[in-house]
Design a protein around this ligand. Structure first.
Ligand SMILES: [Mn+2]
Length: 352
């Protein structure tokens, strides 16, 4: 599999771009495209010439961790002096417009003396990220496996939890104990809370009824994103039927996943059955970003290709009552698909 930096350089030569410059100035405020290319999530600037080795320039304190992530690292107190030294007036320089802030761009203009012309590389990088390499796929499989292990462990302790926040804290602790961060703030939405698709978590006692748990981790910079819905108490026949309906749709949508299929057609299949109680897109790409391309929504004309990793997450949300969502991560393969999250989806009922 060709290295992503090499793919970018080929594109740069086609577009007559001399340098691509990506940077991450705040360790907390991560720039996904920078991480994608450098595999480094600290502070630094990645300087990619149209040919030859790319250089990751970092402050001295970041040198060791940068060297573990990237092959060619230069440590400098004044990063910009180094970058500026590479650039000559008249060069075409690509920046990731999706992450350039006004502050960052004025800093660049101040520090770099050469008169440059800038082009945006963000759309191209998004499209690169949509197709995962074998190496990325291996990492994502592991991320999904760890996520499932956390779910199994959590479900086996579920009757011990008193509050929504207990569930979230337990899952977070399991990730953190393995040195892993979460890919987003977990959702533990019980009872009426589950009727809000983007409820996060509260310190309320777990309410009876459906409880939607949406959780993911970040492993070697790659995210997982998985949702299971459990039932607390004794479900009524109507509850079971509604759950079965969502599950059937989810399985049918997963069945549709293969190369050449338009994302919108999978989404529309779910929408046709679930109707207006289904209030969000069916899914999204996942990778270095927990939400990236391709989008799996009613407007997405993207045709799936091998290497896409998407979520399939139909749901129903009955205002003031409850909600149900089931989400798996799935890889598009040459022949069809491979589920990355494989945990069973029959309704788990927790007696309380
Ligand atoms: Mn998701």
């Amino acid at each position: 599999m060709v290295d992503v930096v090499k793919r970018l350089q080929k594109h740069m030569r086609e577009k007559k771009i001399d340098y691509s410059i990506l940077y991450n100035f705040h360790a907390q405020n991560i720039n996904e495209n920078f991480i994608y290319l450098s595999k480094f999530h600290g502070v630094g600037v990645l300087v990619v010439p149209k040919s030859g080795a790319a250089i990751l320039v970092v402050p001295r304190m970041e040198q060791q961790s940068a060297e573990k992530a990237f092959s060619k690292v230069v440590a400098r107190d004044d990063i910009f002096a180094f970058v500026s030294g590479k650039l000559r007036s008249g060069m075409r320089v690509a920046l990731d417009y999706s992450s350039v802030t006004l502050k960052g761009s004025s800093l660049l203009k101040k520090k770099i003396k050469a008169k440059l012309s800038f082009v945006d590389i963000s759309d191209y990088l998004s499209s690169l990220r949509e197709v995962k390499s074998a190496e990325e796929i291996a990492i994502m499989k592991k991320a999904c496996k760890i996520t499932e292990e956390i779910y199994y462990e959590t479900f086996s302790h579920f009757d011990e939890f008193e509050r929504e926040s207990d569930v979230a804290a337990f899952m977070t602790a399991l990730a953190n104990s393995q040195g892993l961060q979460l890919s987003f703030k977990p959702i533990v939405a019980s009872g009426v809370h589950s009727s809000e698709a983007h409820f996060e978590v509260s310190d309320c006692k777990l309410k009876k009824g459906f409880c939607v748990i949406d959780f993911g981790i970040r492993y070697h910079n790659y995210c997982s994103d998985m949702t299971r819905t459990v039932f607390i108490g004794k479900p009524k026949k109507a509850d079971l039927l509604l759950y079965e309906k969502v599950l059937k749709v989810q399985l049918e949508c997963l069945d549709m996943v293969k190369p050449g299929v338009r994302c919108m057609d999978i989404d529309l299949h779910a929408r046709k059955i679930l109707g207006s109680d289904f209030c969000h897109g069916l899914g999204h790409g996942v990778g270095v970003g927990v939400h990236e391309g391709p989008s799996v929504s009613p407007k997405s004309k993207h045709k799936l290709v091998p290497g896409n990793v998407i979520t399939i997450e139909p749901g129903v949300y009955l205002k003031g009552k409850y909600g149900i969502r089931i989400e798996d991560d799935v890889l598009v393969t040459a022949k069809g698909k491979e589920l990355l999250t494989k945990m069973p989806k029959h309704l788990l009922v927790v007696e309380k």
